[in-house]
Design a protein around this ligand. Sequence first.
Ligand code: AMP
Length: 392
Amino acid sequence: MKLLRVIPESMLKGKKVFVRVDFNVPLENGKVKDDTRIRKALVTIEYLIGKGAKITLASHLGRPKGEKKPEFSLEPVAQRLAELIGRKVEFVGDCIGEEVKKKVDTLNDGDILLLENLRFYKGEEQNDDEFAKKLAEPFEVYVNDAFGTAHRAHASTYGMVKYFNVKGAGFLLEKEVHVLSEILESPEHPFIVILGGAKVKDKIGIIENLLNKADAFIIGGGMAYTFLKAQGKEIGKSLFDEKHFEKVRQFLKEGKDKFVLPLDHVVVSDFSNLSGLKEVDEIPEGFMGVDIGAKTIDFFKERLRTAKTIFWNGPMGVFEKKELSRGTVEIAEAVKRATESGAKSVIGGGDTVSAIHVAGLSDNDFTHVSTGGGATLEFLAGIPLPGVEALK
Ligand code: AMP
């Protein structure tokens, strides 16, 4: 993968540089609610300012599905970025066309321009070549720093890249690929993978790819019940993925004692009545497992104590509800402690990042908190990411 850091200064100074960033941030009343993703892009932006580039940033936000919907405008992001970086950030209400071209041509060295939402055009997600060409037209250099969308072959992450001779990965993308490659290629053992959340489907690839590399898979959350059923346990009304049941049985057969499954559960008969929560070893008929139980927490913690490499994706229960967040919070704390004892810990995006914040922990408590959810899982599943491949 070509890196931004090795592009000579002469190829950046005074050049019109397009930077694909991930500014897909939550908005509330027209303001940025959580600016984590904007902060993470600052390293690359500040580097380009230092090199005297004319910087244009582009991102998607939400799912406007190819329509110009004002509630998905990136304008509030321009304001927040300006505050964070302490400089003027220009904004243009489109991402292709004459107006954009004119605006880019007026930029001075070190100036910053933010384009409007790329997904206001269907061509972005469809990777339409006509759109990709228009997107590339005003620029001389391409930089991708959006790891979270690197698993998608979209116009801004894939299609437009072929129009550039000078291209590179920004610092955030570089770090993500570096940390995840280390886990794949040379993890220190014991290497423990913690998987949770609702969907088995998303985690099949990573289990398959790491089955011979990881020492243990700790499985919690809703996906654990398909594994428990495959072991002949009663799971009541808990989540069950029939479509991937056979695959799960196969994993248990091949992986044998590598799979570490819950021993007890917090169960409920009805989600709307959490006052009836019970903790059980065997799930009674009509009940569903919604968090791991106390014995399981101790059991999982014990396994994590000696880990040298930990990858975690997916909560241990329905952590969005406080009453059902104990398992997730305790596992987050156990991963933090393992990190303090010298383990390398990588938290894989999305819900797991929200979960560590629910636990009152911060990114600094772990070795690396990935900005990608799907991208992280696909990378560790050994699937080449189009956004990364395009930079080779
Ligand atoms: P995923 O996108 O597959 O990582 O799933 C994340 C979601 O799984 C979260 O919204 C959790 O509330 C949910 N989840 C975790 N444990 C369970 C469970 N035991 N039953 C139902 N949903 C769960």
